[in-house]
Design a protein around this ligand. Structure first.
Ligand code: NAP
Ligand code: GDD
Length: 325
């Protein structure tokens, strides 16, 4: 039985990846942060009582800022595969908390890689790199596109990317960077724009709200479905050689168009319900991200299936269903 360690297991991607790996027969270990309220909502349906025999999902307290704990956990779990997903992942928040974002999203990666090297465990390592690293470089973006980050988050991810590359080259670690374009789902955090819009459309339809306040509607993103992207992460670690891969749909959608898809789904005119709030603008914006995932298709046989309009519909439907419950 293969053993995987996932940082960020309580996040959107962590929850889908855990489902995938358990389904493939893995023993899955996840690192969770201690919090004053439960933070395991996305993986509760996968939870197994530790008193049961054959437990295949094991959770451990830990934090990316705590290097000795990371060493202890690598030593204890001795994983065959490490999926490093944990991060302060919100771009707008990273302008408010640049130091914290650098410490977790950037240096947290160095702590984990160094823990792997110090323990000397033979493992394969996935780094959650991001299309946000391309920033101001115009689309289409692929594995050879130069980085030009436009946020403290993007800068921290560039550091993490190069640390993973360096451990591959300097220490012969099987380390890969998945350069993932935006991927969404009904489990997406409520303050990312797709989920914010989908949730608002459902709540407005249900008569619970009248308006939603948004920032820049002109930004272009390449939005795919998170459940499909975690399959790509796994495939990267099964490849014969470590390499970096873009995962994307290759389609361009503005925030305005995504809003229209969501409101149309519930039979409403978005322009009657969307208002502008400059709070949601960023000091520097990433205008357009459109990925070219042809390398992943060629080498890994991975291709995005769900396109943005369909994604908008499934997200609105899920928020409506949740309200009906
Ligand atoms: P997410 O939903 O925000 O989840 C982030 C995870 O990191 C959560 O489990 C969170 O724990 C954990 N975390 C945050 N700070 C931590 C710390 N100091 N120590 C330990 N754990 C910590 O993110 P996601 O959408 O699943 O994305 C997964 C990864 O892919 C992230 O690294 C993100 O930056 C990257 N990425 C995402 C996308 C995308 O479109 N979703 C695209 C490219 C790259 P709590 O639950 O306790 O907060
Ligand atoms: N969050 C948010 N809230 N974004 C808004 C809003 C709003 O009210 N109004 C407009 N936007 C615009 C943002 O300015 C941005 O151009 C776009 O919507 C997408 O914003 P987010 O959903 O916050 O995602 P992101 O693209 O900044 O970052 C996400 O994708 C990255 C991959 O490129 C995150 O998941 C990152 O962790 C990830 O690396």
């Amino acid at each position: 039985m293969k053993r995987a360690l996932i940082t960020g297991i309580t996040g959107q991607d962590g929850s889908y990846l855990t489902e995938l790996l358990l389904g493939k027969g893995y023993e899955v270990h996840g690192i969770i942060r201690r919090s004053s309220t439960f933070n395991t909502g996305r993986i509760d349906h996968l939870y197994q009582d530790p008193h049961e025999r054959d437990q295949r999902l094991v959770l451990h307290y830990g934090d990316l800022t705590d290097s000795s704990r990371l060493v202890t956990l690598i030593e204890k779990v001795r994983p065959d595969e490490v999926y490093h997903l944990a991060a302060q992942s919100h771009v707008r928040v990273s302008f408010d908390e640049p130091e914290y974002t650098g410490n977790t999203t950037g240096v947290g990666t160095a702590r984990l890689l160094e823990a792997i090297r110090m323990v000397g465990v033979d493992t394969r390592y996935y780094q959650a790199s991001s299309s946000e690293m391309f920033g101001a470089t115009p689309p289409p973006q692929n594995e050879d596109t130069p980085f030009y980050p436009r946020s403290p988050y993007g800068a921290a991810k560039v550091y993490g990317y190069w640390m993973a590359r360096n451990y591959r080259e300097a220490h012969d670690l099987f380390a890969v960077n998945g350069i993932l374009f935006n991927h969404e789902s009904p489990r997406r955090g409520e303050t990312f724009v797709t989920r914010k819009i989908a949730r608002a459309a459902a709540r407005i339809k249900a008569g619970l709200e009248q308006h939603v306040y948004l920032g820049n509607l002109d930004a272009v993103r390449d939005w795919g479905y998170a459940q499909e992207y975690v399959e790509g992460m796994w495939r990267m670690l099964q490849a014969p050689e470590p390499a970096d891969y873009v995962l994307a749909t290759g389609t361009a959608t503005t925030v305005r168009e995504f809003t229209q898809y969501c409101f149309e789904r519930v039979g409403l005119d978005w322009e009657e319900h969307v208002r502008f709030d400059e709070t949601y603008l960023r000091p520097t914006e990433v205008d357009a991200l459109i990925g070219d995932a042809s390398k992943a298709q060629r080498d890994l046989g991975w291709k995005a299936q769900t396109m943005p309009e369909q994604l908008a519909h499934l997200m609105v439907d899920a928020d409506l269903a949740a309200l009906q419950k």
